[in-house]
Design a protein around this ligand. Structure first.
Ligand code: ZN
Ligand code: FE
Length: 252
């Protein structure tokens, strides 16, 4: 399974997945036709379009690509009225194949009501859309804080060496937020050096790994005593800590 990163719009990432054995070509969250088509061109085909959620910066090129390549569009069953051109409706925990690659659907409401994550078991790769970012998480637009937190917990239970491919390059501003409330985290400081190196040479900071995220992403560290202390929420529940962090980040 080969994943190619395509920067789109200001800070979006679309991802091409190439499975060589059956020469199956897919794309995750195509936001911009021109940029995506330029990369698809070398394969001369696009079999599948995988959408994590209905926002236009994730589905913007669906129709144009489908028209050009006769691709099949996959998305959440509960977003079937909002994902342009959808053909295949996916349910929570469903297993589905694209070529020889199998993925599992993880229903992750919160950012939107129908958000899903695509987890490829064998290669341990997760496309997390706008639910989990590197060092951050998506805004809670349509769901509740509790739903979003539970969705993050589902992702947290994947294998630690899972590679995380998310929907946006928000890593630097997320890093600043994490550093503000988790200032004693040594691994975060280490990660900062790596992030800065990549950004300085115009490279994506993606993929991250789940293990790194669990150790450095403050939204996955709502139970950490230092984080709770920094927020003045020593005796609060995880969900209270998460809600506080989400509110603070919204106005950071
Ligand atoms: Zn979104
Ligand atoms: Fe987005």
């Amino acid at each position: 399974m080969i994943v190619e990163i395509i920067p789109c719009l200001n800070d979006n990432y679309s991802y091409i997945i190439h499975e060589k054995e059956t020469n199956t070509v897919s794309i995750v969250d195509p936001s911009e036709f021109e940029a995506c088509d330029k990369s698809i061109n070398k394969y001369k085909k696009l079999d599948f379009i995988l959408n994590t959620h209905h926002h236009v910066d994730h589905v913007g090129a669906n129709i144009e690509l489908k028209k050009k390549y006769k691709s099949k569009i996959l998305g959440s069953d509960s977003d079937k009225d909002r994902i342009p051109g959808i053909d295949i409706f996916l349910k929570d925990n469903q297993k589905q194949k694209i070529g020889n690659l199998e993925f599992k659907v993880i229903f992750t409401p919160g950012h939107t009501k129908g958000h899903i994550v695509y987890f490829f078991n064998k290669d341990k790769i997760a496309f997390t859309g706008d639910t989990l970012f590197s060092l951050g998480c998506g805004r809670v637009f349509e769901g509740t804080y509790e739903e979003m937190y539970n969705s993050l917990k589902k992702i947290k239970s994947l294998p630690l060496d899972t590679k995380i491919y998310c929907g946006h390059e928000y890593t630097k501003s997320n890093l600043n937020f994490c550093s503000a409330y988790d200032s004693r985290n040594y691994l975060l400081k280490k990660k900062e050096i790596d992030i800065q190196k990549k950004l300085n040479s115009n490279q994506p900071t993606i993929p991250s790994t789940l293990e790194q995220e669990i150790k450095t992403n403050i939204f996955l560290r709502c139970n950490d005593p230092d984080v709770k202390q920094a927020l003045g929420l020593k005796d609060s529940s995880e969900i209270e800590v998460f809600s506080k962090l989400r509110d603070l980040k919204d106005s950071f």
